[in-house]
Write a protein that binds this ligand. Structure first.
Ligand code: UDP
Length: 235
């Protein structure tokens, strides 16, 4: 599989065409941004960790019935993926209060919910990814009712698998963001699942092992990413 022209460069990844029309190559960067691109930096080694962690998790999810865009890991930073049409929704699942939820609801971080929550943001950087509901998504034609149903079902399924998995690694899955795409009419999981897109807290110390260390200038950013990677035991 060979990289052809670069199609897109985002905040954390570059995307290339390949000789196969249905396959793209994603290349993960060490660049980090936060607050809609206002804060910029580098997290050394992040690209390789996020690439390998995403692929490792996507394989587990596939085994448990969640279809993903993963085709093949090519090297530390690069992966061949199915070319999807991304549904412009950020799907956020929360198990504990944190981040924007805590701010909005006036609740301290780390309170466990009675049941997981799900919310959508409209993927639009110019608008700062505003919070929307199913009706907005339908009214704006961002996804069909059937697609929203499938996305919701898969998102909770991803949560079940991830929660169970991180639990064994002595990590609480506070919240995470996922994205889906359409591939030949089917909804499949796309993008990534990594410390960039999840809040992961050590169960005993409640130490943050995720991008909040970068967002909030807590230090030890690289060490946190490496710690998660190490606990996953990826060979
Ligand atoms: N998240 C993400 N990309 C975004 C916004 C949020 O990956 O553009 C993740 C974030 O890392 C966290 C979860 O989604 O794990 C919930 O984020 P929240 O809405 O609390 O927003 P934040 O406080 O990060 O702005």
């Amino acid at each position: 599989m060979e990289k052809k022209e670069m199609l897109y460069e985002g905040k954390a990844k570059k995307v290339y065409a390949t000789e196969e029309p249905d396959v793209l190559i994603v290349s993960y960067k060490d660049d980090a941004t936060a607050f809609n691109g206002e804060k910029k930096g580098t997290i050394v080694g992040k690209g390789a960790i996020n690439n390998r962690m995403t692929n490792f998790i996507f394989k587990k999810l596939e085994e448990r019935g969640v279809p993903t865009h993963l085709v093949k890991e090519l090297n530390d930073r690069e992966t061949a993926v199915k070319r999807v049409d991304i549904v412009p929704l950020e799907v956020i699942i929360r198990n504990y209060s944190a981040g924007s939820f805590s701010k909005k609801m006036g609740m301290e971080e780390g309170v466990k919910f009675k049941c997981p929550t799900l919310e959508f943001s409209y993927k639009n950087d110019d608008l700062g990814d505003p919070f929307i509901n199913d009706y907005y998504a339908l009214a704006l034609g961002l996804a069909s009712q059937e697609e929203i149903g499938q996305i919701t079902q898969y998102a909770f399924q991803v949560n079940e698998v991830l929660q169970h998995y991180f639990d064994k690694l002595n990590i609480d899955l506070i919240d995470f963001k996922i994205e889906f795409g359409r591939f030949h009419g089917q909804i499949i999981l796309a993008d990534e699942i990594s410390p960039d897109t999840c809040r992961l807290w050590d169960k005993d110390t409640h130490e943050k092992l995720d991008k909040d260390r970068f967002r909030r200038d807590l230090g030890g950013v690289e060490d946190a990413y490496e710690e998660v990677f190490k606990r996953l035991g990826i060979q």
